[in-house]
Design a protein around this ligand. Structure first.
Ligand code: TPP
Ligand code: MG
Length: 284
């Protein structure tokens, strides 16, 4: 039985190329519909590459394998980014990107666990993922299953009380098999997170809730992999958080420079241009 999590780690393909492939697949899906949460997908691509090709254990041909690490997408609107990495990991076939957002597609615009292999939960109502992750991590421990639970959440979800209830429960239950990844893109629906309701000082908050916490540049692959390694290796009987500062639209300079909003508008003729610009920056 193949274990692509291990195969991926052993492969010669660099994480930079993996991240580039994820960005390209997300743009191709965006082009299919003429829309999509592309700013978020481009921003989180490095964290997804490092998660799926450095940190996680899974079997691409058996997404429900009991021993897999669970990767929860709490932010259902980031589904386009998860589909891109699931295709890159071989859990979804590459050619399926052409169905993105269409009737009967396994890739709806907002994530649906029952539709998509490799999608562990239906996110979308913000602030639910960490609570579900706590339950899963507790259940795995009770079954003596050594898998980790990763929960990818947003900075907008830091404003949800349910997030902090879950954080407190995780620490109470000493869930050292739980790793919470926070995409701090400093953006939410109505403006910048720091202006809407600042969660700063954010590391101190996780620490005060009894968590191990790191904060790194989420678009620096070396920093991301080092943080994932440190989170797994921490000897404390406590849950672990990593706050990733990311840049929306990363990798497509003309979009990076556009005024960033929750939904970055890409004009019909700009998808092809974005793919061309990305191609120019392809890693060796
Ligand atoms: C409980 C809840 N309230 C409101 C919404 C509507 N909503 C969808 S995305 C979003 C933005 C939240 O910010 P963040 O999650 O950081 O998303 P980003 O702008 O970075 O994509 C909001 C408010 C929701 N999905 N769930
Ligand atoms: Mg955000």
């Amino acid at each position: 039985m193949t274990v692509p999590g291990d195969a991926a780690r052993a492969s010669n393909m660099s994480l930079a190329l993996r991240a580039w492939n994820i960005r390209r697949k997300a743009l191709l899906m965006g082009e299919v519909q003429g829309q999509g949460y592309i700013g978020q997908a481009l921003g989180i691509a490095d964290v997804l590459a490092a998660s799926y090709f450095h940190a996680l254990t899974y079997r691409a041909d058996d997404p429900e394998w009991e021993g897999r690490d669970r990767f929860l997408l709490s932010i259902g609107h980031y589904a386009i980014a998860l589909y891109a990495v699931l295709m890159e990991a071989g859990i979804l076939p590459e050619e399926e990107y052409e169905t993105y957002g269409m009737d009967d597609s396994r890739m709806p615009m907002s994530g649906m666990a029952s539709y998509t292999p490799g999608m562990e939960i239906t996110g979308g109502s913000l602030g639910q993922g960490l609570g579900i992750a706590v339950g899963m991590a507790l259940g795995l421990k009770r079954k003596a299953n050594p898998a980790f639970v990763y929960n990818l959440m947003s900075d907008g979800e830091l404003g949800e009380g349910s997030t902090w209830e879950a954080a407190m429960a995780a620490s109470h239950h000493k869930l050292d098999n739980l790793i919470c990844l926070v995409d701090f893109n400093n953006q939410q629906a109505d403006g910048k997170s720091t202006q809407m309701m600042s969660a700063e000082p954010l590391e101190q908050k996780w620490l005060a809730f009894g968590w191990h916490c790191q904060r790194v540049d989420g678009n620096d692959l070396n920093a991301v992999t080092a943080a994932l390694d440190a989170a797994r290796a921490d000897a404390g009987r406590r849950p672990r958080a990593i706050v990733f500062d990311t840049r929306m639209c990363k990798g497509v300079p003309f979009l990076e420079e556009r005024e960033i909003t929750h939904f970055v508008r890409v004009e019909p003729d700009e998808w092809a241009k974005a793919l061309t610009v990305l191609e120019e920056g392809k890693p060796q």
